[in-house]
Write a protein that binds this ligand. Structure first.
Ligand SMILES: O=P(O)(O)OC[C@H]1O[C@H](OP(=O)(O)OP(=O)(O)O)[C@H](O)[C@@H]1O
Ligand SMILES: Nc1ncnc2[nH]cnc12
Length: 256
């Protein structure tokens, strides 16, 4: 198998696409967020800039719930979890896929890098273990890759949230808007019970429409969505703002 470090060095991208941002939990409290869960889960955002020569420089942003204190230089990089940079580096960026103008964040290369993949799961597990979460709801398709190992590790069940007409049993569905038109996600009736605490997981947040629909679907049946978690957040699309104040935890920030 090709070494992970070589995967990203062969990326067909121009230097202007190399800027990536990593967000991580340094396991300490920073600011006091307004949401109960935000206090327990306050997180720290680092901006990680990859030069054409694959060197990284780091800047720290403070982040609590959905609000940030922008651009504080880090005094030192000691607080940076070293796993984050390697995860960011293992994600391949393909320009003009699936259509011109889209910078596609390809997590399949992260899955080839055993250490980076394991670190990705571990970072989420470290954050959510012991938080009384009984449901990990994963969004089709790439949320199915990250959700199950997290669910098993924290002792929660995994509930797939699927595209329409894929689930064989009785479903409830929630529609959401796309750039052009609408889409739907569905969940089996009876998969969750009112009063359960859920984590919603996906690989990536772009406009936030998908996560927003997942939150609505779970809340309609009385489930408390504790937090949403993604490996990647596309900056500039304001997906976070669509989550109605629900906390969002991401590992890597990338350019849309
Ligand atoms: O924040 P949003 O604008 O809603 O976009 C994010 C969603 O888009 C991607 O899935 P996609 O719809 O491409 O489906 P796939 O995972 O089945 O390929 C991604 O995996 C998220 O689920
Ligand atoms: N730029 C992107 N890369 C990967 N998945 C996406 N889903 C929506 N936008 C995406």
């Amino acid at each position: 198998m090709k070494a992970a470090s070589n995967l990203s060095s062969s990326l067909p991208i121009s230097p202007s696409h190399y800027r990536t941002t990593a967000v991580f939990a340094p396991h300490r409290r920073i600011a006091s967020p307004s949401t109960a869960v935000g206090d327990a889960f306050s997180s720290c955002r680092t901006h990680l800039t990859r030069s054409p020569h694959h060197r990284y420089s780091l800047k720290l942003l403070r982040c609590s719930g959905n609000s940030e204190v922008p651009d504080q230089e880090m005094a030192s990089t000691d607080e940076q979890d070293p796993r984050i940079a390697k995860i960011a580096k293992a994600i391949r960026v393909i320009p003009d896929f699936p259509k011109p103008g889209i910078l596609f964040q390809d997590i399949t290369t992260l899955l080839l890098d055993i250490k980076a993949f394991r670190d990705t799961i571990d970072l989420f597990v470290e954050r959510y273990r012991g938080k009384d979460i009984s449901v990990v709801a994963g969004i089709e398709a790439r949320g199915f890759i990250f959700g199950p190992p997290i669910a098993l590790a924290i002792g929660a069940k995994f509930v797939p949230m699927r595209k329409p007409k894929k689930l064989p049993g009785e479903v409830i569905s929630e529609e959401y808007s796309l750039e052009y038109g609408t889409d739907k996600i569905e969940m089996h009736v009876g998969a969750v019970e009112a009063g359960e605490r859920a984590l919603v997981i996906d690989d990536l947040i772009a406009t936030g429409g998908t996560l927003c629909a997942a939150i609505r679907l779970l809340e309609r049946v009385g489930v408390e969505v504790v937090e949403c978690a993604c490996v990647i957040e596309l900056q500039g699309l304001k997906g976070r703002e669509r989550l109605g104040g629900k906390p969002l935890f991401v590992l890597v920030n990338a350019m849309a």
